[in-house]
Design a protein. Structure first.
Length: 222
């Protein structure tokens, strides 16, 4: 695909070949931008103007793509938090800390989802993170009566959502693609870690929903 830019004040038409996945509309550069471009001879000036205009448009396209990556990630996470909130709201109090075994307890799995997201959405290692835990509980061995209440989990969901969103936004698209040293089992980059958290959310949300339906109760919607 070709990008054609007409130039003002009698400048000739200049054509540059761009990658096939980028489409640009013919738009003359503004007077302010033209005035900031150093001019030489007429042919050189025309080339410089054309390259300047193309670089401006390409820069905007790249910024849009980078914004889309973070926005899409946050949107997908938002849907899991919404489902989890619905689970917490709909689960009867008598069923919240109960289960057919010690694992399939809605309170335990909900806490595990949030603790894991809270841990991984940070630049800190696990040892650095431990003093900052919201709840000092081992999600696997805590007694059912020790697990947080539904009200406490609703607050925890909101705080964790804000933390994950802030972590993604602070990294940005470039930071998401850098190599990471901590939590290498989640992926080679923070993007891999974000996707790991997302998969983890969905996996355990599915477990809670299946268990609630087995009990004849309503779960959270997709």
């Amino acid at each position: 695909m070709h990008c054609k830019h007409w130039r003002e004040m009698g400048l000739t038409l200049v054509t540059y070949r761009l990658p096939p996945n980028i489409s640009l509309q013919p738009t003359p550069p503004s007077a302010a931008r033209l005035s900031s471009v150093p001019l030489g001879g007429s042919a050189v000036s025309t080339q410089r103007l054309a390259l300047f205009a193309v670089s401006q448009v390409l820069g905007k396209e790249q910024n849009k793509m980078q914004t889309c990556i973070t926005e899409d990630l946050i949107e997908q996470f938002k849907r899991t938090w919404r489902t989890l909130r619905e689970i917490v709201e709909k689960t009867p109090e008598a069923e919240w800390k109960a289960g057919s075994d010690n694992y399939l307890i809605p309170a335990r799995l909900t806490y595990h989802i949030l603790f894991t997201a809270d841990l991984y959405a940070t630049p800190m290692s696990y040892e650095e993170y431990k003093p900052h835990r919201t709840y000092k509980l081992n999600w696997e061995t805590a007694k059912p009566e020790e697990l947080p209440s539904r009200e406490m989990m609703m607050v925890y969901i909101g705080n964790t959502e804000k933390k994950v969103n802030g972590w993604i936004q602070e990294l940005g698209s470039e930071g998401l693609l850098k190599e990471q040293d901590d939590y290498d089992w989640t992926g080679k980059t923070p993007l891999g870690r974000a996707l790991y958290i997302l998969r983890h959310n969905q996996n355990h949300i599915g477990e809670i929903n299946a268990e609630l339906r087995r009990r004849g109760l309503e779960g959270g919607k997709w």
